[in-house]
Design a protein around this ligand. Structure first.
Ligand SMILES: [Zn+2]
Length: 117
């Protein structure tokens, strides 16, 4: 199990330890850090509502989900980021032909969820 978690947390740079891979500015002006394991922090604190994945699969899915929407973070408010990441991570449970298809699916799901009262 430990080995599976290490593989799930491994970044493309080869580092197993979680580290900041990007910094983004949200639509409402919040600076956030994106970590290699998919964690999102603001000023060093975890964002509320993102949860903590425990299985190797969940960790890997969230890391890939966070990378998937990395370029879109500036289009959303800080409060919307956890939902965006969760939806992106959940799309990895399905098989899609391309990242473009996956991105389109994430956007459609997010807009559908955001439209709820
Ligand atoms: Zn890295």
């Amino acid at each position: 199990m430990k080995r599976a978690l290490e593989i799930a947390r491994a970044c493309s740079c080869g580092c197993v330890e979680a580290h900041v891979i990007a910094r983004r500015l949200t639509a409402d002006g919040a600076h956030v850090e994106v970590w290699s394991d998919g964690t999102i922090t603001r000023r060093g604190f975890f964002l509320r509502g993102l949860g903590e994945p425990r299985s190797a699969y969940a960790i890997s899915a969230r890391a890939r989900g966070a990378r998937l929407v990395l370029d879109d973070l500036s289009l959303y408010d800080l409060a919307e980021i956890p939902t965006l990441i969760k939806i992106a991570a959940s799309t990895y449970a399905h098989t899609y032909s391309s990242d473009d298809t996956r991105r389109g699916h994430v956007r459609a799901l997010f807009q559908k969820k955001a439209a709820r009262p």
